[in-house]
Design a protein around this ligand. Sequence first.
Ligand code: WTA
Length: 659
Amino acid sequence: MSGIESVLQENRLFPPSPATVSAATISGQAAYDALCAEAEKDYAGYWARLARENLLWQKPFTQTLDESNAPFFKWFADGELNVSYNCLERNLQNGNADKVAIIFESDGGEVNKVTYRQLYEKVCQLANGIKSLGYQKGERAIIYMPMSVEAICAMHACARLGLTHSVVFGGFSAKSLQERIVDAHATLVICADEQVRGGKNIPLKPAVEEAFAMGGCEHVRKVIVYQRTGGKVNWDANRDVWMHELAANQATDCAPTWVDAEHPLFILYTSGSTGKPKGVQHSSAGYLLHAMLTMKWTFDIQPNDVFWCTADVGWVTGHTYIAYGPLAVGATQIVFEGIPTYPHSGRFWEMIAKHKASIFYTAPTAIRSLIKASESTPASHPRNYDLSSLRLMGSVGEPINPEAWMWYYENVGGKRCPIVDTWWQTETGGHMITPLPGVHGLKPGSCTMPFPGIAAAIVDETGNDVEKGKGGFLVIKKPWPSMIRAIWGDPERFVKSYYPADFNGKYYLAGDGANRDLDGYFWIMGRIDDVLNVSGHRLGTMEIESALVANPLVAEAAVVGRPDDLTGEAVVAFVVLKQSRPNAEEGQKIAKELREWVGKEIGPIAKPKEIRFGENLPKTRSGKIMRRLLRDLAKGAEITQDISTLENPAILDQLKVAQ
Ligand code: WTA
């Protein structure tokens, strides 16, 4: 039994233990209900209270929610604060100065611990250096760096000065980097010479130069380079600056630049249903508020916890649950440079044991690959490691199948640790639907219930609530503080993507299909648009199609997803070449070439797993590609749908098999 069916028949329930309930910050159903009722009764008042209690304001706000220009909502708009100040000075003032903020472990296993005071000083020195180069509040900085203390410092140095950062995942290609530099109109790039992953050095700075060579990046004045490996790099003495030289003689204090609550803290590009990635713009105050609340309520963070989120700062999870959330609540966290399978696939478990991690947050795709690894290499099984320090675990990025959930629960959490399956998106800033460990009984595969104050619902295409037990569109009915504020430079696309008029224009449309069972638990069914989720990474089918047709050999391409045991979904591309359809041998050669091409255009994560060639694509008489049919072909399912409108049925045979 697979997918949706098995999920819907899942009826195991794991209630929280009495000890977990009594120790939790939000303790018991009544406490959860009280918060929900408070939000229900006075929505703005609820968030205002939390914003006053959690954030350090330079100038207190008097307005809470401004809906006058909906759906461009504003929160706490006349207040002023600084996000980096909220994460660093706060901890110097409240007795955490000598507490370890970051336990950094490199790919090769070296450990470097940084206290809050040390982190503050490092951030200030870099911020002063950036200031000395003439940068000012309001400019944009691209950060293209490996997982490192320095990447976190770069984000905070920007936040401290009021620069808006846009982190580009180190696995993205020069082309993707260039598109983001251009779209954000960045004036500063912060990168590393190389990154180290799985024992290999992978160059980063050359990609920056390649991006510049593509043109359109002339607004970039300086490139700050963190020396990670000392590998050889080209140097432009007018433009390039070593991070360590820039920071070396700077003062270890740097007064924060106060910004409006709505000041864009960052832009993070993510895939949508058209070819061009969307620059999701987040605010300062509302974003940080939700990062803090979810650290406190979902992760139930306590002073002695050792928190570990395995995401990369190139994704939103690494923004909210590495760069900002844990620091704002004064946690000790692990930051890991490497990959889960190097030098062996017990690395995660080994690190949990070594650093005594108590909260562990990872993605289903990692769990699935480690299950597989532990079957083929029993030495890497979690039972070989002392994981008794763990008390809470989390999952994010894609639906977790009940089998993987059970394995995680039994083998990693020792049947002792609740799993918070957190549903959220780049656009939502933080958790939206998630269990709270001291409140909800868990059902494997369900993200359970809305976070207190989040008006999550499932509706039909007219925006009406569907009955419990029926599927529909996942929406958020009310604006919330950490929501996306805009698509950078494209307000129309923001409205069209998230508040489309032909839907109902009033609710935030998440783009996921979902179901609520009779107990009211939410079950996420995956994307309803042309977005794929491969290993927890969002990829637009159109984006991959545009990359393919940019290749001189390709006339036309259509990309669909196919279920995959390991990566959740896999990319399958149907391609029509300008030349005639290749024979098997030639096809293999061209497929290899095209996969490399996509890797260069977007990044290795977007490479199609399979490429099939046809003389044409299945189209309706009006010329529309029949994607549903392609999806069936991709997974080898029998074609049961009506193909009478198909212009060219014969090509189905060509596309049935991989070459
Ligand atoms: C999917 C990642 C099921 C969903 C934080 C969403 C999930 C997309 C879950 C956002 C979950 C994320 N259960 N599906 N717990 N978490 N998703 O923007 O399809 O990279 O729309 O944000 O991932 O991906 P994004």
